[in-house]
Design a protein around this ligand. Structure first.
Ligand code: GDP
Ligand code: IMO
Ligand code: MG
Length: 422
């Protein structure tokens, strides 16, 4: 059975990029199936840091094909910059990267709409989007009449479609230089032409031939449009449920789902976060974990590990096992806390609430665990971890009901421990 999937179980930035890079060793194809340039995935290897946005983290290995499917919204200017940046640093991209002709294209009006409309959620707190036009592009996809897919750019009707869309968008976002946008997108299309393919057919062939395929989730399950902390979410299915709809590969081909969590919680943008620590603990996590957004450089909100939320998303995503990342960041704290239940209106709750207003008033019930002082980035086996660190990861596994198979103790590929949990 060929499919492995990496899914973030929190609000994104769980270090999926690092994990995908490691797992790529044993896969032939790496697939991005949802989201867009809102994602920022970091890979550190041999002292070099790579920040990937739309292109799967597998691109750094030579014998891997990277596929961006139709579930993704694609900003051609951004992706061309990304390709150029990789090639300038000696990474071969040609022949290793495919874009779906079904992917929806992000246009300048989507970015403009993102800027004007974010912040107008009815209860007053802005979603705090990345401003990459993600929501507006997905809105046009669902609305259909104003959508343009990558494959459309190569067809003779493109001009007619573009003129139709631009005339309506002018009314929404004001003056647009339609002629120059059109010319620009024709040029982008030419540049991307050799990479555009029917990736659904490609991936179905691959899984039917038994090729090992790795699916790289973007964002995290708590940002899932249907199952996350709506409306403070992204616009795609960023939990495990998005793999099939985004890629066209039926779930039956995926036999291993790895749920990725940070050893604590972070969130960028608006919306409730019950375990947030707006105090010296949060500051410790932010500074030690360098918790500043990869895409927007915003400081990430930091807090204790929320096992109520992560247990929900582990189940939702069908996680078979867990990767616990950034464990080293917790070093130096006397006491660690894990939220194992909420109190909502005086009632103890272990089920993650469906309505954001219930989550907003949820008071976390914490378990306290001992911390450790040792520097653990040099540790390579589970046995060599401090007892307190072993207890901490074991408790996460227990609360989420899954074995911890990987622990990360630093950003580098090498700073990784494979556990006996699986
Ligand atoms: P992604 O969006 O899930 O791929 O995660 P990001 O790349 O946005 O954020 C994760 C950050 O943590 C990056 O800066 C990584 O280099 C870094 N990182 C990954 N694993 C570890 C780890 O185990 N320890 C520390 N200290 N940093 C890590
Ligand atoms: P990776 O893949 C963390 C957040 C934004 C905002 C909300 C909606 O690196 O984990 P959007 O621009 O998608 O409409 O913004 O979602 N967000 C992320 N937060 N990591 C990400 O991606 C994110 N992508 C979107 O901050 O709160
Ligand atoms: Mg990120």
């Amino acid at each position: 059975m060929p499919g492995t999937c990496v899914v973030g179980l929190q609000w994104g930035d769980e270090a999926k990029g690092k994990l995908v890079d490691i797992l790529t060793e044993s896969h032939e194809i790496v697939v991005r199936y949802q989201g867009g340039a809102n994602a920022g995935h970091t890979v550190v290897s041999g002292g070099e840091t790579w920040k990937l946005s739309l292109i799967p983290s597998g691109i750094l290995r030579d014998d891997v094909t990277c596929v961006v499917t139709g579930g993704v919204v694609l900003d051609p200017a951004n992706v061309i910059r990304e390709i150029d940046g990789l090639e300038a640093r000696g990474v071969r991209v040609a022949g290793k990267l495919l874009f779906s002709d079904r992917a929806h294209v992000v246009f300048p009006w989507h970015m403009a709409e993102d800027k004007t409309l974010d912040g107008s959620v009815s209860d007053g707190e802005a979603i705090g989007t990345t401003g990459r036009g993600i929501g507006p592009c997905y809105r046009d996809k669902v609305g259909r009449s104003l959508a343009i897919r990558l494959g459309d750019l190569y067809r003779s009707e493109f001009k007619q479609k573009f003129d139709h869309v631009v005339a309506i968008k002018q009314q929404l976002v004001g003056d647009l230089d339609a002629a120059s946008i059109f010319e620009q997108y024709l040029a982008y299309a030419e540049r991307l032409r050799p990479l555009v393919a029917d990736t659904t057919a490609y991936l179905l062939d691959a899984v039917e031939e038994g090729k090992p395929v790795l699916f790289e989730g973007a964002q995290g399950a708590l940002l899932d449009i249907d199952h996350g902390t709506f409306p403070y979410v992204t616009s795609s299915n960023s939990s495990g449920v998005g793999v099939s709809s985004g890629s066209g590969v039926p779930g039956r081909w995926i036999d291993r789902v790895i749920g990725v969590v940070k050893a604590y919680s972070t969130r960028v943008g608006g919306g409730p976060m019950p375990t947030e620590q707006d105090n010296e603990v949060g500051a410790h996590l932010r500074e030690r974990g360098r918790e500043y957004g990869t895409v927007t450089q915003r400081p990430r909100r930091c807090g204790w590990f929320d096992a109520v939320a992560a247990r929900y998303t582990a189940r939702l995503s069908g996680a078979d096992e867990l990767a616990v990342m950034l464990l080293d960041v917790l070093g130096g704290l006397d006491e660690l806390k894990i939220c194992s239940a909420y109190r909502i209106n005086g009632k103890r709750v272990t089920q993650f609430p469906a309505h954001v207003d219930d989550l907003r008033i949820a008071e976390p019930e914490f378990e306290a665990l001992p911390g450790w002082k040792e520097e653990i980035s040099g540790v390579r086996t589970e046995a060599d971890l401090p007892e307190a660190a072993k207890r901490y990861i074991a408790r996460i596994g227990e609360l989420l009901g899954r074995p911890v198979s990987i622990v990360s103790v630093g950003p580098d590929r090498e700073e990784t421990i494979r556990c006996s949990g699986r």
